[in-house]
Design a binder for this molecule. Structure first.
Ligand code: MN
Length: 500
């Protein structure tokens, strides 16, 4: 218990550091409530059970969340696993906290596809509904999952694997969709050895010398660049960022890479973090002044053109020491925080301010409103109301929300976020459902492509339009992958009849 008391003290200090007005009295009350509710309970690892909600709260504090989130983190297992009743929570902490704890509990029973598919779908529905109501539920859930994955060794072997698969299939993609890149990477790396043990070992063995070599190059570059930045009076930090193992493995497994480490340029990347956007562009100039950019695959400016999940940075690939290609990522401190913490970076941490990001940040116009980021959740919730068929719903969720996404551009530079294997027809419907009725052809990066062409991230897609609206081609339904496109095509065909 002494360890835990010290940890709880740290928690309070961490919270006060970013939120001096936090209601520490309520947080202490929640802690005492959890200690009581979990009296005598132990985790499978042998630790007192209450160490778990405390670890969850510590992660939430790291994301600088509001007092309510921290309280929910401390209380999240008191009813489900502990000796508390819902009424006790209502009485002590109010209906809002009790509703959030309910939400976290409902998500807990999420089951994988299989014999209990129906249950899985029902839980997924519930989760999405809860998420659309209050995103804090999912943030608590992600913190919960992170700690559970870190202590997964304590579970029986079959359970380990089931939990790890669930993490890869559901929680890591969710974190990604919320822009929480660091959490996504951590979850995947924690699950990796349990789901693909032999691949994990192989990767560890084979990647070691490459990580080492890359780190050597990067340290050299770091010294050079720090000096040059200083000469220009540019106060910036430079870090080396190691690629997460699971994402390295996925890259190596791609057919065009085929385990050729020479084709992976970002195994270790350089990250330059500067004070302002203008300094980012100055830093880019300094990088290119010292290391030549690689032609054609050079610069991606996600500051001027952010990814739809809000990600902002400048990426450039340059020839580093010994002619090795090195990726350099340049961003401001705020962008860095957003990229690591995603939606959590925008959450209220000052309780006085009510909902939304802090005023100072909002005034700078520097944030993507969380509501915008969550439009896909709302869309799914709308669909699930319409869809009476559970299988159709499951398909929509798995294929639209949780699959890998591609980012493509309209000729005007608007960015669209589409699932993998999307075609120009999917793109047209994503731009506007009406545009689907005018498709005569499509150009990708200026070249005519067939309508079933599979789009890749970064491409510019232009839809060639007819003068007058047409009936969608029934064959399109065979290759479109987005639910939106399929539904629109089918709806139209149903209306006009199959003979037309
Ligand atoms: Mn838990």
């Amino acid at each position: 218990m002494r360890d835990l008391k010290k940890k709880f003290k740290d928690l309070k200090q961490n919270i006060l550091d970013y939120n001096p007005q936090a209601d520490i009295g309520q947080i202490e009350k929640a802690w005492n409530f959890a200690v009581l509710a979990h009296t005598e309970q132990k985790r499978l690892s042998g630790e007192p059970f209450v160490s778990h909600p405390l670890e969850v709260a510590l992660r939430l504090a790291k994301w600088k969340l509001d007092t309510t989130s921290i309280i929910v983190g401390l209380l999240h297992d008191t009813v489900e696993d502990g000796g508390a009743k819902r009424e006790d929570i209502v009485e002590g902490f109010g209906e809002d906290v009790a509703a959030l704890v309910d939400g976290v509990t409902k998500v807990t029973d999420l089951r994988l596809k299989g014999s209990r598919e129906r249950e899985f779908i029902e839980n997924l529905r519930k989760m999405l509904l809860v998420m659309a109501k209050d995103l804090r539920v999912i943030l608590v859930k992600l913190a919960d999952r992170l700690h559970n994955m870190e202590t997964l060794f304590a579970l029986a072997p079959e359970k380990r694997k089931i939990n790890a698969i669930e993490t890869l299939e559901i929680y890591a993609p969710l974190a990604e969709r919320l822009g929480m890149g660091e959490v996504k990477g951590q979850l995947e790396d924690l699950a990796f050895p349990y789901v693909y043990p032999s691949q994990y070992k192989k990767l560890l063995r084979r990647s070691k010398p490459f990580y080492k070599e890359a780190e050597g190059h990067i340290n050299k570059m770091k010294k050079v660049l720090l000096k040059k930045l200083l000469e220009e009076n540019l106060n910036a930090e430079i870090h080396a960022r190691k690629k997460h193992l699971f994402s390295l493995w996925k890259k190596l497994e791609r057919s065009e890479v085929g385990w050729d480490f020479g084709k992976v340029h970002d195994i270790v990347a350089i990250r330059i973090i500067a004070g302002t956007v203008a300094q980012c562009y100055s830093a880019l100039g300094i990088v290119h002044g010292n290391y030549k950019p690689v032609p054609y695959i050079g610069v991606s400016d996600f500051i001027a053109q952010p990814k739809p999940n809000g990600y902002r940075s400048i990426h450039t690939k340059v020839f580093g020491p010994e002619g090795r290609i090195v990726e350099v990522q340049i961003r401001t401190f705020l962008m860095h925080k957003e990229a690591e913490e995603g939606i959590a970076a925008h959450w209220v941490y000052s309780d006085a301010k009510g909902k939304g990001a802090s005023d100072a940040i909002l005034e700078k116009g520097d944030v993507f409103a969380p509501s915008e980021k969550l439009s896909w959740v709302r869309q799914l919730v709308d669909w699930q109301k319409e869809m009476t068929d559970s299988d159709e719903f499951l398909k929509a969720v798995k294929f639209d929300a949780l699959r890998h996404r591609n980012f493509v551009f309209s000729p005007l530079g608007d960015v669209y976020d589409l699932p993998a294997d999307s075609t120009p027809v999917d793109f047209a419907y994503a731009v506007h459902t009406d545009l689907g009725r005018f498709i005569t052809g499509a150009k990708v990066d200026g070249k005519i492509v067939p309508l079933d062409y599979k789009l890749k991230s970064g491409q510019v897609v232009e839809i060639l339009k007819s003068k007058n609206p047409r009936t969608p081609n029934p064959h399109w339904a065979d290759f479109v992958v987005t639910t939106l496109a399929r539904r629109e095509i089918n709806r139209y065909l149903r209306k006009t009849g199959p003979t037309e």
